[in-house]
Design a binder for this molecule. Structure first.
Ligand SMILES: [Cu+2]
Length: 119
């Protein structure tokens, strides 16, 4: 009986120590990473495999041009597992998308990618 109790206790410790959920991963992006576009996009839309936690400004997309000037409208909004932001009128060139989100398991995730608008 003592042995069984110890085994149950050990199991509880192991399961509670492991994360209940894996953190959100990017499953889709519009525009996609490294694409060369003919037309300027009007927004950035990122999709994750899990919902984001919309607390204050924990979920943000920033888009910058080759001179490191922000070209997004700084209006990032969360809708379930999606994060979107509007863009100003973009000229041909290379742009960098930087994002930071708070996934459902409480972990912040940050990454970046770029896309190009053809002349
Ligand atoms: Cu996580």
């Amino acid at each position: 009986m003592k042995k069984l109790f110890a085994a149950v206790l050990a199991l509880l410790v192991v399961t509670s120590g492991a994360p209940a959920f894996a953190h959100a991963e990017l499953t889709g992006a519009s525009p996609k990473a490294n694409v060369i576009l003919k037309k300027a996009p009007q927004e950035i839309r990122l999709t994750f495999d899990d919902d984001l936690i919309p607390i204050l400004e924990s979920n943000q997309i920033a888009v910058t041009n080759s001179k490191n000037v922000r070209v997004d409208k700084n209006d990032s909004t969360v809708l379930g597992n999606q994060l979107r932001t509007s863009l100003k009128k973009l000229q041909p060139g290379k742009y960098q998308v930087t994002y930071r989100v708070l996934s459902a398991d409480g972990h912040p995730i940050a990454s970046k990618y770029s896309f190009t608008i053809k002349k």
